[in-house]
Design a protein around this ligand. Structure first.
Ligand code: PPS
Length: 579
């Protein structure tokens, strides 16, 4: 039925340790504990459920060195990726980590005890060598190498683990299968030949055609087995991707394909990663594994060249073919042939045939502009999911900060803009006037530089949350300091929307004399009289923005012309249209 696991035995540590679970749970409460990072958590989940068979823990020094140098564990078994538990010197000291010590490994999200580690060795890895040997270059343009140097701590702790609990998941629980569960599923359906498809991207018609072709070629069923642990920074989030997979799985011939999620932390290690992926899929019961073009490729190195050749991964898998025990199904890129309305691997397309493709960049452009995405490229249901997560510009939120002196007219412009946006409909509008933020969010803050900074960052936090939910946010702090404005912008760009938040700084450059002359509330008079200390423009600075997206000045123009300029700026970015 299902393929036999790597090394012959599925190392399902939950099953192995079930008879002594109560004892382990009790002991776990008494031991020192290590809270796992996201990457460590993914690794541990697959060690515990047998996805990484034949591993029974994190690699000790001997296994680590052997894997780095030879792609094999010390006992000779093929395993191309180091699976290590990194700790700092402080952790070693404070937890008294030493050979023979027992430590509880906890889920840092909910503190749940997951496993007990018995330490067999603590060693300092040569990170540069690990980068060179495992990833091909000690180049921080590689995400795993950057992670190795910037995030991974200085020491590795090796040792076997005993299972206490599997990490809890709260999303897509029904699609998460352990190797044992997937094997049982295959057996139940009498699937004896299963071709697994690895992916970290949304799937479109080309992927569906490729997998169906692989299935027919091999007379096998298809397991769509996407990674939902950690993938390449910047990838489409897994929540969106799983909705895509759920949509695409319905397009397969009835009974051909199944979808299961893999909580793997990818390393983007190209060829070595492909061998590792094959082993993992074998452990999950698959008999065949698709390796495409540039499998698990990390993109370009710091010289602008690809880290790996497009078919290096296929070559390395072929090299270990005999001992892998899972058959590789190699595939070239699929291209669409409009004349025949079919997809074909590029190596099978006769020269001169007209083909069509939509690149990732072009797809992102079409999502952004709302341009059509043709049926030959994807499925309506898939495009709908992507459009929900990546709304077109015209449906995205944005934040406008109007910065200027007190009484610059920023508030008048903001209120007029609010009316214009309300008139347009389609977006919720939030007006964050400077004094509203002061009274509602920053009542305890004064006007010292660090307090003004904090006030603006609070505003930015709220603005980013609103923008991300699709609102038009108009804010009018004085925001006199450049570094504070830049920090606010960075926060909003990073957190204000799926593909990057939309942010505009409008400098309301009404000169100080004008602001003071037209001040009917008398605040400037009070500041001049020394009754208000550290007043912007009087005895505190206003740093003129060099990076404003727009400059308006109410000593020279009316509120409405300023508003019009802002509207035109937003329209040129595709954020609003004229009704
Ligand atoms: S800042 O610099 O962005 O934190 O300023 P902001 O939050 O926009 O607050 C401006 C309002 O506070 C009144 N006020 C002062 N402004 C500048 N400097 C000092 N020292 C100061 N003290 C009080 C100022 O009159 C603004 O009030 P409104 O009612 O908005 O004009």
């Amino acid at each position: 039925m299902a393929n036999s696991p790597h090394g012959g035995v599925l190392k399902d540590l939950h099953v192995r340790d079930a008879p002594i679970k109560q004892q382990l749970v009790a002991e776990s409460e008494q031991l020192v504990d290590l809270r796992l990072t996201e990457r460590q958590l993914c690794d541990l989940e697959l060690i515990l459920n047998g996805g990484f068979s034949p591993l029974e823990g994190f690699m000790g020094k001997e296994d680590y060195e052997s894997v780095v140098e030879t792609l094999r564990l010390a006992n000779g078994a093929l395993f191309p990726m180091p699976i290590t538990l990194d700790v700092s010197q402080e952790q070693i000291d404070s937890l008294k980590l030493a050979e023979g010590a027992r430590v509880t490994l906890r889920d840092s999200r909910d503190e749940a005890p997951l496993a007990i580690l018995t330490v067999s060795s603590i060693y300092k890895p040569n990170k540069a060598n690990e980068a060179e040997k495992v990833f091909g270059a000690d180049d921080k343009a590689h995400p795993a190498v950057s992670y190795l140097h910037n995030t991974v701590k200085d020491f590795y702790v090796g040792g076997t683990v005993q299972a206490v609990n599997a990490p809890e998941h709260y999303d897509y629980v029904e699609l998460r299968y352990t190797p044992a569960e997937l094997r049982a599923y295959f057996n139940k359906l009498s699937w004896s030949r299963v071709v697994a498809f690895q992916t970290r991207n949304p799937m479109h018609r080309a992927h569906r055609e490729l997998t169906v072709r692989a299935a027919r070629q091999q007379r096998a069923n298809v397991l769509v087995h996407p990674v939902v642990g950690l993938t390449k920074p910047g990838d489409v989030d897994h929540f969106t991707r799983v909705r895509v997979y759920e949509a695409i799985i319905r397009t397969y011939p009835k009974g051909m394909a199944a979808l299961a999620l893999l909580p793997l932390a990818m390393r983007m290690g190209g060829p070595r990663e492909a061998v590792w992926h094959a082993i993992i899929r074998k452990n999950f019961g698959a008999t065949h594994f698709i390796v495409g073009r540039d499998h698990a490729g990390p993109g370009k190195n710091s010289q602008g060249k690809d880290f790996y050749g497009p078919y290096d991964a296929q070559e390395l898998v072929t090299q270990y073919k005999d001992e892998l025990g899972i058959e590789m199904v190699p595939f070239q890129m699929m291209s669409y042939i409009p004349d025949q309305d079919i997809y074909q691997p590029v190596d099978e397309i006769p020269k001169g045939t007209v083909t069509a493709d939509i690149s990732g960049t072009e797809l992102r452009r079409r999502l952004k502009t709302g341009a059509a995405i043709p049926d030959w490229f994807s499925y309506e249901a898939v495009v709908k999911v992507l459009r929900e997560s990546y709304p077109a510009k015209s449906r995205q939120g944005f934040t406008i900060i109007l910065s200027g002196y007190v009484n610059s007219g920023a508030n008048a412009i903001a209120k007029a803009l609010e009316s214009q946006f309300q008139q347009q409909a389609g977006r919720s509008v939030s007006l964050l006037l400077g004094d509203t933020i002061r009274s509602e969010l920053s009542a305890e803050l004064g006007f010292a530089p660090e307090e003004r900074h904090k006030n603006l960052q609070r505003l930015a936090f709220v603005a980013a949350e609103l923008s991300r939910a699709g609102a038009a946010v108009i804010a009018t702090p004085i925001a006199p300091y450049d570094h504070s404005r830049k920090a606010a912008k960075a926060h909003i760009v990073q957190n204000g929307g799926a593909g990057g938040g939309n942010f505009f700084l409008v400098h309301v450059a009404t000169p100080l004399e004008h602001c003071e002359k037209t001040d009917r509330r008398g605040v400037y008079a009070r500041a001049r009289a020394g009754q208000i200390k550290g007043f912007t423009g009087i005895d505190d600075k206003y740093e003129i923005p060099e990076d404003a997206d727009l400059v308006v000045d109410l000593s020279k123009q009316t509120v409405l012309t300023a508003v019009q300029q802002i509207i035109l700026m937003l329209e040129s970015q595709g954020l609003i249209g004229f009704a």
